[in-house]
Design a protein around this ligand. Structure first.
Ligand code: S3P
Length: 170
């Protein structure tokens, strides 16, 4: 196992931080959303529209179970809603060290406001929706995390430094 896992709300920077971290630590990166899209041969938007959120959530758990038998010493970035399931939190712990990239609603909003690829944010007032969801989800992210890193106002290199300082030796 020994993976570095990045969790946090949509737009908190998991994918970008994951990519940069993969260069720094010379480890490959896996993104659960992309794995599910490959497995299903369709986009997250199509999955939500055709089969609904519950179907997608089951695919997330399946994806973690697959990773348990294949992922070693990698960076794993997971979809924003994945740590809400208790079973998934347990699987994350088994897979490696979990870093929660924590961001305020305003930070998230600035990053995702023009995005059309996140079905849960296609609503009239995305900022309000983001804030409500963060309040609901924060306790679950904390429960899943080994390390919490606040990202507001920080550069990517600062965030990477913090992850490296806290990472367990390979
Ligand atoms: C979701 C986050 C998305 C994606 C899906 C649902 C969520 O991933 O899994 O749209 O429930 O927060 P990102 O966090 O990578 O955007």
């Amino acid at each position: 196992m020994g993976n570095v896992i990045l969790i946090g709300f949509m737009g908190c920077g998991k994918s970008t931080v994951g990519l940069r971290l993969s260069y720094r630590l010379r480890r490959t990166i896996i993104d659960t959303d992309r794995e599910i899209e490959k497995e299903e041969s369709r986009t997250i938007t199509d999955i939500f529209a055709t089969d609904g959120e519950a179907y997608f959530r089951d695919r997330e758990t399946d994806c973690l179970k697959r990773l348990k038998s294949s992922a070693n010493n990698q960076i794993i970035s997971v979809g924003g809603g994945l740590p809400m399931r208790e079973e998934n939190r347990a699987l994350l712990h088994e897979l490696g060290q979990v870093f929660y990239l924590r961001a305020e609603g305003e930070t998230i909003y600035e990053r995702v406001k023009d995005d059309t690829k996140r079905p849960l944010l296609q609503v009239e007032d995305p900022l309000a929706r983001i804030k409500t969801l963060i309040t609901e989800r924060d306790p679950y992210y904390r429960a899943a995390a080994d390390v919490v890193i606040t990202v507001d106002g920080k550069s990517f290199s600062q965030i990477l430094d913090e992850i490296e300082e806290n990472a367990e030796p390979m």
